[in-house]
Write a protein that binds this ligand. Structure first.
Ligand SMILES: [Zn+2]
Length: 356
């Protein structure tokens, strides 16, 4: 099993949780905070950065790393998932064809994302890992859509590979280590489709792979069979990223299958709502009782002098009691969101360290 992933901006020890810096920032904290929490890498998003501030502004600011003051690895997601989410909720806002995605933005302008442009954008942002454009689905989507999405994902990956190879050929010899190109496996909960997609992508050949699509079924359970199949198919020497998986229970379950990279907006979103994680016993795959959720917005914490977690070394737990955090919430202070985010991020970096 792969123990570390060497990237242009540093090495990522596996397994690793990477917070989503969707708008080139992890909401409510900054890059210095991420370092204090032991975060090794972050995930940015080609679609969102293309939308705002735009590629011209981002490159004028020196690219993703310089702009965000982040010297560690950056993985950029293609934007396939964002296009999927937007079009699933508001189909009239755009469409997906063999050419790629078109989405109408607030204000009326159109944002078009083809496989070629998707790779070019991520390359110019300076990403350490570039994701191929994919067509995302939910496990409950109809079979015809799953078929189409897999066929497109494979065809788009081939085009992404070609664009990436052209860019590689144009590099000068003294450039820093090259970025890696990952392809994303789709197929919903259909194991035959997942296999077909994965085998086709392996045949094209990529530096690593992502498990894509909405990772949960209609009941909110992780699609463990599909995740396990993809891990079996991808050689153990190659990195595998469970896209959108980051709930602590899901992370432990997927890490037990052999997944090494995780990203998800949930832990930081939970934190901003005062939902903080506490580990009460060593994490065990398939079990739930090692994790406890504290809802700091609850009145029970008014006079609580304990930190969120006794043995946590995060900037929040080493300094502030739960009662103070609850007070910040009641006073509607933005620092509440920041301090809770710092704890949940540190919780995940400690969790992945414990799993190594
Ligand atoms: Zn803490």
């Amino acid at each position: 099993m792969l123990r570390a992933l060497d990237l242009a901006h540093g090495s990522v020890v596996l397994p690793s949780f990477m917070p989503d810096a969707t708008q080139a920032v992890v909401r409510s904290v900054d890059s210095a905070d991420l370092e204090r929490c032991g975060v090794e890498a972050v995930v940015m998003n080609a679609y969102h950065l293309l939308s705002r501030p735009g590629l011209g502004v981002a490159t004028a600011l020196g690219g993703a790393h310089a702009m965000a003051g982040w010297s560690g690895p950056i993985i950029t997601d293609s934007g396939g998932f964002q296009a999927y989410s937007i079009l699933a909720e508001q189909p009239k806002l755009g469409r997906v064809t063999d050419a790629g995605f078109t989405v109408r933005r607030p204000g009326g302008s159109r944002l078009a994302l083809s496989p070629e442009r998707c790779v070019q954008v991520q390359w110019r942002l300076g990403a350490d890992v570039i994701m191929c454009l994919d067509q995302c689905t939910h496990a409950d989507d109809p079979p015809e859509l799953q078929e189409t999405a897999v066929a497109r994902t494979i065809a788009w990956a081939r085009r992404c590979r070609r664009t990436f190879d052209d860019l590689l050929a144009q590099r000068s010899a003294d450039d820093r280590p090259r970025p890696l190109l990952f392809a994303v496996v789709q197929g919903g909960a259909d194991l035959a489709l997942r296999r077909r997609c994965c085998e086709a992508l392996l045949e094209i050949g990529f530096d690593g792979y992502g498990y894509g699509g909405w990772p949960l079924d209609g009941e909110g359970n992780l699609l463990l069979d599909a995740l396990a199949l993809v891990r079996e198919l991808v050689p153990a020497t190659l990195p595998l990223h469970a896209l959108g998986v980051g709930h602590p229970l899901s992370l432990v379950d997927a890490a037990a299958l052999g997944y090494g990279l995780f990203d998800c907006a949930l832990p930081t979103r939970d934190a901003r709502r005062g939902r903080v994680y506490q580990q009460v016993s060593p994490p065990v795959a398939g079990q739930r009782d090692w994790l406890r959720m504290l809802f700091l917005t609850d009145e029970r914490y008014i006079r609580d002098t304990a930190p969120i977690q006794d043995d946590c070394d995060c900037p929040t737990c080493t300094r502030y009691p739960r009662g103070y955090l609850h007070h910040l919430y009641r006073a509607d202070e933005p620092t509440f969101q920041r301090l809770c985010t710092l704890h949940n991020l540190r919780f995940l970096t400690r969790l992945t360290a414990a799993l190594r």
